[in-house]
Design a protein around this ligand. Structure first.
Ligand SMILES: [Zn+2]
Length: 427
């Protein structure tokens, strides 16, 4: 077959290639072998090696011959067994219970937990009596209090939260929750343990329970690595266009529960790799850089470190496009910093309106909610785009590869390529 005919035949399938390749990447990053790309079993480091290998295979270049930019931070980790049972019933880590990310190590065979009632909230004397009576019959480490915050509103809720905070300074607190867990990462430990339990997993009507708890927690000095690759401009250029996405997630809570981080942000990492694959074959007018950031979930630590230790001058970045939560798109996407850079947003929006890549590109103001933030602070024009759709799993054990529709993956891929061309050719 003639070469041009071949291209015509395969053209309709070209669009499939990115999303199919993206799926493979996301599936891999979400797999148990990567341990939630966090701080237990070397998860984030395994992911970093994988991403660097992918950049290498595509033929990307590296600054100073290395894709890695290491940096350190401390982080609270849950490396070993994690167990909790209530009145003899074992709860499932991540599904029935989570420990607060700042939870210290704690082990108790028989923890008596008393429910705090509304009466006690508003009657200091009654509460004091209850606590001192309970303290007399239990050793202090084997005594805790439970709060069911969702039963309360307004002043009652406020009062309950204040009390939980005070008691939580010195004794275990149990929160009964009726909504999904939203886990995170802490750099420090609190003084006493805090556990959240799904109210449906226990008999929430009781006033007392016996808990058995084993939490192994340890603050460690962790070395993480940003991964930086680039494709040089067709003709020598000192300008850069950057695509970024964080590849880290929350890791594991003990050896039993891991957080796959499918939408957040295996999806964005997968798209980042597809952008690199495109530009490796189609160099642009400017140097195109791809940064996979570490430590985002700990507080944007990778991008903060990068902006403090840039590999080339930040002022040479024409534009940075940060990708986080790229797994859906049925309801379009939102662009953070749209109001800060209206001209560029107009470009993005008009491309999309013409090509109909996404049902909607919504505008949002600045927010410190992903890795674009410190670049914006240093004067680098940047957008952070996230997709919107029915997938609401976020920072929980259900944010899996299987839940990713990748509905608009190809569309966003095309949109980004078109956007880069307009932005970089305009100069
Ligand atoms: Zn994220």
């Amino acid at each position: 077959m003639h070469k041009s005919l071949l291209i015509l035949v395969f053209l309709p399938f070209l669009g499939f290639a990115q999303v199919e390749q993206g799926r493979l990447t996301a599936e891999k990053l979400c797999s148990p072998a990567f341990h939630g790309r966090g701080y237990v079993n070397g998860g984030d480091s395994l992911a970093a090696n994988f991403i660097a290998e992918e950049f290498t295979k595509m033929g990307c270049s590296f600054f100073k011959n290395s894709p890695f930019q290491p940096f350190q931070f401390k982080v609270n980790t849950f490396p070993n067994k994690m167990a909790c049972s209530v009145n003899g019933k074992a709860l499932i880590p991540g599904k029935d219970f989570v420990v607060d990310p700042a939870c210290p190590a704690y082990q108790v065979d028989s923890l008596k937990v008393y429910r705090i009632s509304v009466e006690e909230l508003f009657n200091g004397k009654k509460l004091k009596n209850k606590i001192s009576q309970a303290a007399m019959s239990q050793s202090k480490t084997a005594l805790g209090f439970a709060f069911h915050f969702s039963l309360w509103k307004g002043d009652t809720l406020k009062k309950a939260q204040e009390l939980a905070k005070v008691l939580g300074e010195s004794m275990p607190i149990i929160e009964l929750v009726d909504t999904k867990f939203t886990w995170s990462v802490s750099q420090d430990q609190s003084r006493a343990p805090l556990l959240q339990i799904q109210s449906s997993a226990v008999d929430a009507s009781l006033d007392e329970w016996i808990f058995q708890v084993k939490v192994d927690a340890k603050v460690v000095n962790h070395t993480a690595r940003n991964i930086i690759a680039y494709v040089p401009a067709k003709k020598k250029s000192k300008n850069y266009f950057v695509f970024s996405a964080h590849y880290d997630h929350l890791g594991q809570m003990g050896q039993e529960a891991y957080f796959p981080g499918g939408n957040d942000n295996a999806s964005g990492t997968a798209l980042l790799l597809e952008m690199a694959r495109y530009y490796a074959k189609n160099p642009a007018e400017v140097n195109i850089v791809f940064i996979a950031f570490a430590g985002e979930e700990v507080g944007l630590l990778g991008s903060k470190y990068y902006t403090e230790n840039p590999i080339f001058p930040l002022k040479e970045i024409q534009f940075l496009f940060n990708l986080d939560i790229m797994g859906s798109g049925e309801e379009g996407a939102t662009v953070v910093n749209a109001t800060l850079f209206p001209e560029q947003f107009e470009v993005l929006k008009s491309i999309n309106e013409k090509q109909q890549y996404l049902p909607k590109v919504a505008s949002r103001g600045p927010a410190a909610n992903s890795d674009h933030y410190f670049f914006t602070q240093k004067g680098v024009p940047a957008f952070f785009m996230y997709t919107m759709g029915p997938n609401k799993h976020y920072h929980d054990v259900y944010d899996t590869y299987e839940e990713l529709s990748f509905n608009k993956f190809n569309g966003i891929y095309q949109l980004l390529i078109d956007f880069e061309k307009v932005i970089c050719w305009k100069r």
